[in-house]
Design a protein. Structure first.
Length: 196
Protein backbone atom coordinates (compact mmCIF):
# COMPACT_ATOMS: atom_id res chain seq x y z
CA UNK A 1 0.00 0.00 0.00
CA UNK A 2 1.34 3.46 -0.85
CA UNK A 3 0.82 6.76 0.90
CA UNK A 4 -0.80 8.16 -2.27
CA UNK A 5 -3.77 5.80 -1.79
CA UNK A 6 -6.79 7.94 -0.74
CA UNK A 7 -8.09 5.18 1.53
CA UNK A 8 -4.85 4.98 3.45
CA UNK A 9 -5.21 5.27 7.21
CA UNK A 10 -1.99 6.04 9.02
CA UNK A 11 -0.82 3.54 11.63
CA UNK A 12 -1.97 5.84 14.41
CA UNK A 13 -5.55 4.93 13.44
CA UNK A 14 -6.60 8.55 12.86
CA UNK A 15 -8.98 8.89 9.87
CA UNK A 16 -8.22 11.49 7.23
CA UNK A 17 -10.14 13.50 4.62
CA UNK A 18 -13.56 12.23 3.48
CA UNK A 19 -13.43 9.34 5.94
CA UNK A 20 -13.16 11.77 8.86
CA UNK A 21 -16.08 13.82 7.54
CA UNK A 22 -18.16 10.66 7.12
CA UNK A 23 -17.57 9.64 10.72
CA UNK A 24 -18.57 13.10 11.90
CA UNK A 25 -21.76 12.84 9.82
CA UNK A 26 -22.51 9.39 11.25
CA UNK A 27 -22.01 10.65 14.79
CA UNK A 28 -24.32 13.57 14.09
CA UNK A 29 -26.92 11.24 12.56
CA UNK A 30 -26.66 8.90 15.56
CA UNK A 31 -27.01 11.85 17.96
CA UNK A 32 -30.05 13.20 16.12
CA UNK A 33 -31.56 9.72 15.87
CA UNK A 34 -31.15 9.08 19.58
CA UNK A 35 -32.59 12.52 20.33
CA UNK A 36 -35.61 11.80 18.14
CA UNK A 37 -36.20 8.43 19.82
CA UNK A 38 -35.95 10.05 23.26
CA UNK A 39 -38.37 12.79 22.20
CA UNK A 40 -40.90 10.29 20.88
CA UNK A 41 -40.59 8.19 24.03
CA UNK A 42 -41.21 11.28 26.18
CA UNK A 43 -44.21 12.34 24.09
CA UNK A 44 -45.62 8.81 24.25
CA UNK A 45 -45.22 8.69 28.01
CA UNK A 46 -46.87 12.10 28.34
CA UNK A 47 -49.78 11.00 26.13
CA UNK A 48 -50.19 7.77 28.10
CA UNK A 49 -50.05 9.65 31.42
CA UNK A 50 -52.82 12.02 30.28
CA UNK A 51 -55.20 9.21 29.34
CA UNK A 52 -58.09 8.72 31.76
CA UNK A 53 -57.65 5.66 33.95
CA UNK A 54 -60.18 3.10 35.11
CA UNK A 55 -63.01 3.95 37.45
CA UNK A 56 -62.95 3.56 41.20
CA UNK A 57 -65.37 0.94 42.53
CA UNK A 58 -68.89 2.28 43.08
CA UNK A 59 -68.05 5.74 41.77
CA UNK A 60 -70.91 5.94 39.27
CA UNK A 61 -73.55 5.19 41.91
CA UNK A 62 -71.95 7.71 44.28
CA UNK A 63 -71.68 10.32 41.55
CA UNK A 64 -75.34 10.06 40.51
CA UNK A 65 -76.37 10.31 44.19
CA UNK A 66 -74.20 13.42 44.77
CA UNK A 67 -75.27 17.00 44.98
CA UNK A 68 -73.19 20.18 44.63
CA UNK A 69 -73.69 23.82 45.53
CA UNK A 70 -75.24 25.74 42.67
CA UNK A 71 -73.89 29.12 41.60
CA UNK A 72 -77.17 30.69 42.69
CA UNK A 73 -77.12 28.89 46.05
CA UNK A 74 -79.64 26.24 44.99
CA UNK A 75 -78.21 22.70 45.32
CA UNK A 76 -77.58 20.87 42.04
CA UNK A 77 -78.50 17.19 42.32
CA UNK A 78 -76.82 14.93 39.80
CA UNK A 79 -79.93 12.75 39.77
CA UNK A 80 -81.73 15.63 38.01
CA UNK A 81 -79.48 15.01 34.96
CA UNK A 82 -80.19 11.29 34.73
CA UNK A 83 -81.97 9.89 31.66
CA UNK A 84 -80.39 12.16 29.02
CA UNK A 85 -76.85 12.54 27.67
CA UNK A 86 -74.76 14.77 29.94
CA UNK A 87 -71.52 16.54 29.10
CA UNK A 88 -69.82 17.17 32.45
CA UNK A 89 -66.89 19.57 32.45
CA UNK A 90 -64.51 20.04 35.40
CA UNK A 91 -62.95 23.51 35.13
CA UNK A 92 -61.51 26.45 37.05
CA UNK A 93 -61.18 30.20 36.49
CA UNK A 94 -57.38 30.01 36.88
CA UNK A 95 -57.04 27.37 34.12
CA UNK A 96 -56.44 29.00 30.67
CA UNK A 97 -57.54 25.97 28.56
CA UNK A 98 -60.68 25.71 30.71
CA UNK A 99 -61.56 29.33 30.07
CA UNK A 100 -60.81 28.96 26.33
CA UNK A 101 -63.21 26.04 25.93
CA UNK A 102 -66.14 27.58 27.83
CA UNK A 103 -67.56 29.49 24.80
CA UNK A 104 -67.46 26.22 22.82
CA UNK A 105 -69.38 24.45 25.60
CA UNK A 106 -71.89 27.30 25.73
CA UNK A 107 -72.40 27.05 21.96
CA UNK A 108 -72.72 23.26 22.19
CA UNK A 109 -75.36 23.69 24.90
CA UNK A 110 -77.41 26.04 22.70
CA UNK A 111 -77.13 23.77 19.65
CA UNK A 112 -78.03 20.52 21.40
CA UNK A 113 -80.24 21.21 24.40
CA UNK A 114 -83.44 20.93 22.33
CA UNK A 115 -82.21 17.49 21.22
CA UNK A 116 -82.06 16.31 24.83
CA UNK A 117 -78.38 16.99 25.53
CA UNK A 118 -77.29 18.53 28.82
CA UNK A 119 -74.13 20.36 29.90
CA UNK A 120 -72.93 20.91 33.45
CA UNK A 121 -69.82 22.86 34.43
CA UNK A 122 -68.38 21.78 37.77
CA UNK A 123 -66.01 24.49 39.00
CA UNK A 124 -63.01 23.35 41.03
CA UNK A 125 -62.59 26.85 42.40
CA UNK A 126 -63.55 29.27 45.15
CA UNK A 127 -67.12 30.63 44.92
CA UNK A 128 -65.95 34.25 44.85
CA UNK A 129 -63.62 33.60 41.92
CA UNK A 130 -66.42 31.92 39.95
CA UNK A 131 -68.89 34.75 40.63
CA UNK A 132 -66.37 37.40 39.51
CA UNK A 133 -65.53 35.37 36.41
CA UNK A 134 -69.21 35.05 35.44
CA UNK A 135 -69.54 38.83 35.51
CA UNK A 136 -67.01 38.92 32.63
CA UNK A 137 -68.18 35.81 30.75
CA UNK A 138 -71.85 34.88 30.87
CA UNK A 139 -72.57 31.16 30.50
CA UNK A 140 -76.03 29.75 29.90
CA UNK A 141 -75.52 26.11 30.84
CA UNK A 142 -75.86 25.03 34.49
CA UNK A 143 -72.85 25.49 36.76
CA UNK A 144 -72.07 24.11 40.18
CA UNK A 145 -69.27 24.57 42.70
CA UNK A 146 -67.35 21.41 43.28
CA UNK A 147 -64.28 22.23 45.35
CA UNK A 148 -62.85 19.23 47.27
CA UNK A 149 -65.74 16.83 46.64
CA UNK A 150 -65.67 17.39 42.88
CA UNK A 151 -61.88 17.04 42.83
CA UNK A 152 -62.23 13.59 44.37
CA UNK A 153 -65.00 12.63 41.93
CA UNK A 154 -62.78 13.79 39.06
CA UNK A 155 -60.01 11.46 40.26
CA UNK A 156 -62.42 8.57 40.89
CA UNK A 157 -63.87 9.03 37.38
CA UNK A 158 -60.43 8.52 35.81
CA UNK A 159 -58.53 11.81 36.22
CA UNK A 160 -55.54 10.35 38.10
CA UNK A 161 -53.35 13.40 37.58
CA UNK A 162 -56.03 15.84 38.78
CA UNK A 163 -55.59 17.96 35.65
CA UNK A 164 -58.03 20.47 34.23
CA UNK A 165 -60.04 20.69 32.12
CA UNK A 166 -61.44 17.19 32.35
CA UNK A 167 -64.65 16.31 30.49
CA UNK A 168 -66.91 13.28 30.61
CA UNK A 169 -69.80 12.36 28.35
CA UNK A 170 -72.42 10.29 30.15
CA UNK A 171 -74.88 8.32 28.06
CA UNK A 172 -78.60 8.50 28.85
CA UNK A 173 -78.28 5.30 30.93
CA UNK A 174 -75.72 6.98 33.22
CA UNK A 175 -72.70 5.10 31.90
CA UNK A 176 -69.54 6.84 30.71
CA UNK A 177 -69.40 7.06 26.94
CA UNK A 178 -66.35 9.33 26.49
CA UNK A 179 -63.69 11.09 28.57
CA UNK A 180 -61.00 13.62 27.75
CA UNK A 181 -58.21 15.18 29.73
CA UNK A 182 -57.40 18.57 28.26
CA UNK A 183 -59.20 21.20 26.24
CA UNK A 184 -62.16 20.06 24.16
CA UNK A 185 -62.24 20.99 20.50
CA UNK A 186 -65.21 21.14 18.15
CA UNK A 187 -64.23 17.89 16.44
CA UNK A 188 -64.17 16.14 19.85
CA UNK A 189 -67.76 17.21 20.46
CA UNK A 190 -68.80 16.20 16.93
CA UNK A 191 -67.35 12.71 17.48
CA UNK A 192 -68.98 12.46 20.90
CA UNK A 193 -72.42 13.36 19.53
CA UNK A 194 -71.98 10.80 16.73
CA UNK A 195 -70.96 8.13 19.25
CA UNK A 196 -74.36 8.12 21.00
Amino acid sequence: MTTNDSSFIPPSGEPQGALAKGMTGRRRLLTYGLGAVAGLAGAGWGWWRMQPSGLADGVLDAFWAAQFDGIDGVPVAMQAFAGKPLLLNFWATWCPPCVEELPLLNSFYHQHRDKGWQVLGLAIDQPGNVHKFLQRMALDFPLALGQATATQFSRDLGNDVGGLPFSILFAADGSIAQRKMGQLKEDDLDRWVASL
